[in-house]
Design a protein around this ligand. Structure first.
Ligand code: MN3
Length: 243
């Protein structure tokens, strides 16, 4: 009965979203003994935390393979979204937007698991939306001027960002952020995100090994450079800067 209802409610959703929801629902329906409204709310919230990829799984190949995106988006990112939905169920944060959950849990010792999962969920959506098939190339003029005024040249900016990506010890992220009028490169460990400070994130590079190991093994610098040269959606970066 539950399964039939879940399938019917999925029928009107786009194919990829239906796949995501379907996988989550199958998992949720396997948990006997929990009340259905809670499970339904979790599945709905998890789906809201995990927007569809803005391109097909194989659209970034060969820079990032469909295999990498399948695991990274379909397993890692989805797990963060599912965990976030599970952890807020029955708490005052249930139903809140992801940004609010990240802000409410940042720096709180008793909320580490929720912060880590919520921040990772947000970071990954931001990362996917920073990329596009056949991206890279020259930034639009307005962004190029801002990069030149903060870093001297676009080439220097790329060098600094790749250095941040390779210099992050262990798992984490490399970022381009706006700090007032100035653009800065920074890195963060694990799930840490500039979203929690006064900085405005503009571009993220995931440097967890799961982001690049299938395609680049230990060559993190090659991965970061390839993203900047071939996949970054500069128009999105500029849009974030001018919001
Ligand atoms: Mn990741």
């Amino acid at each position: 009965m539950q399964r039939i209802q879940a399938q019917q409610s999925l029928a009107s959703l786009p194919k990829r979203r239906a796949f995501i929801l379907g996988a989550g629902s199958a998992f949720a329906l396997g948990l006997a003994g929990l009340p259905r409204p809670t499970l339904a709310a979790q599945a709905t919230q998890a789906a809201g935390f995990l927007p569809p990829l803005p391109y097909d799984l194989d659209a970034l190949d060969p820079v990032l393979s469909a295999n990498t995106l399948g695991y990274h988006y379909g397993k890692h990112h989805k797990a963060y979204a599912d965990n976030t939905a599970r952890l807020i169920t029955g708490t005052p944060l249930e139903g809140q937007p992801l940004e609010q959950i990240v802000a409410a849990t940042a720096g709180k010792a008793d909320q580490v698991a929720l912060f880590n999962n919520a921040a990772q969920t947000w970071n990954h959506t931001f990362y996917w939306q920073s990329l596009r098939p056949h991206g890279g190339g020259e930034p639009p003029a307005e962004l190029r001027q801002r990069l030149e005024s903060s870093f001297g040249s676009v080439a220097n900016f790329k060098k600094e960002l790749v250095a941040a990506a390779t210099g992050q010890f262990g798992s984490g992220w490399a970022w381009l952020v706006a700090d007032g009028d100035k653009l800065r490169v920074m890195k963060s460990g694990n799930a840490e995100t500039p979203l929690t400070g006064k900085l405005r994130p503009l571009l993220a590079i995931d440097v967890w090994e799961h982001a690049y190991y299938l395609d680049y093994q230990n060559r993190r610098a090659d991965y970061a450079s390839a993203l900047l040269d071939k996949l970054v959606d500069w128009n999105t970066v500029l849009h974030r800067l001018t919001l």
